[in-house]
Design a binder for this molecule. Structure first.
Ligand code: NAP
Length: 250
């Protein structure tokens, strides 16, 4: 089933759009009428996606670990489409490995991309929306069920995602009077490049067998929540976290 909303006239900047969920978000937002500025480091993949989507998409090379890239990314998005009123802070890495063995640099990299990068992306979007008095600003940040579940092998990752949830609630409070709604989606496990190798291992297959429905989610599982949170219908929704996990945490 394809879910759509009326997002015509809106412009979204989506980070981590060169793969997996971010590519999916770009496709469904564009299919609902939004312009999409699609950001990530791998420009070739972004350009291929932009060609597929057509005139409503612009590929923007950016590394969310660097604030200068984020600022330049918003500049490029505005040049292509004008004011950005919707931000999807989705870029992330898995930072997987037992914490006893994880080098300090890997912990720092995970937090820099997943947490600091998401906060800086949301902040840059909000600064510009506030400066230009945008009505109905929308910021959606992609967290994870690991924000709430003990997650061995994902210590830095889960901490980064818990940070995203709480940062979003605090930003929602700071920006409430500017009409900017900030919410998070906490997905369960969906097979993408971030976890594909893990779910091919015996331990990964056992993890799937422990889920109540004995399966991973499909990428389409987030469509409805994402479109809702970006739409006018979410006028009264801010500071909320949407757990969409196919019951994996039950
Ligand atoms: P993915 O296919 O590996 O996509 C990750 C995306 O993030 C890629 O487009 C990657 O692009 C981008 N990215 C990584 N580092 C970046 C950086 N420094 N600057 C800009 N972009 C960067 O994985 P995914 O599953 O779609 O993950 C998307 C988000 O969903 C992540 O935040 C992830 O934690 C979250 N999530 C995923 C699951 C799941 O089960 N799949 C569950 C819960 C939450 P480049 O490498 O081209 O930069």
């Amino acid at each position: 089933m394809t879910i759509t909303a009326d997002l015509s006239g809106r412009t979204a900047l989506i980070t981590g759009a060169s793969s997996g969920l971010g590519s999916r978000f770009a496709r469904i937002l564009a299919a609902s009428g939004a312009n999409v500025a699609i950001g990530a480091r791998r420009k070739d993949r972004l350009e291929a996606l932009a060609r597929e989507i057509g005139a409503r998409a612009a590929a923007i090379e950016m590394d969310v670990a660097r604030e200068a890239d984020i600022v330049a990314g918003f500049d490029a998005a505005e040049k292509a489409f004008g004011q950005v009123d919707t931000v999807i802070a989705n870029a992330g890495i898995d930072g997987a490995g037992m914490i006893l063995d994880m080098p300090e640099e890997e912990i720092e990299r995970t937090l820099a991309i997943n947490l600091k990068g998401a906060i800086l992306t949301a902040r840059e979007g909000a600064k510009r929306m506030i400066a230009n008095k945008v009505e109905r600003g929308r910021i959606v940040m992609i967290a994870s069920i690991t924000a709430f579940e003990p997650s061995p092998g994902l210590v830095a990752y889960s901490a980064s995602k818990a940070g995203v949830v709480q940062a979003a609630r605090s930003m929602a409070r700071e920006w409430a009077r500017y009409g900017i709604n900030v919410n998070t989606i906490s997905p369960g496990y969906i097979r993408t490049a971030i976890n594909d190798e893990w779910f091919e291992t015996e331990a990964g297959k056992k993890q799937i067998a422990r889920f109540p429905k004995r399966r991973l989610m499909g990428e389409e599982g987030l469509d409805g929540a994402l479109l809702f949170l970006c739409s006018d219908a979410a006028e009264f929704v801010t500071g909320s976290d949407f757990v969409l996990d196919d019951g994996q945490t039950l």
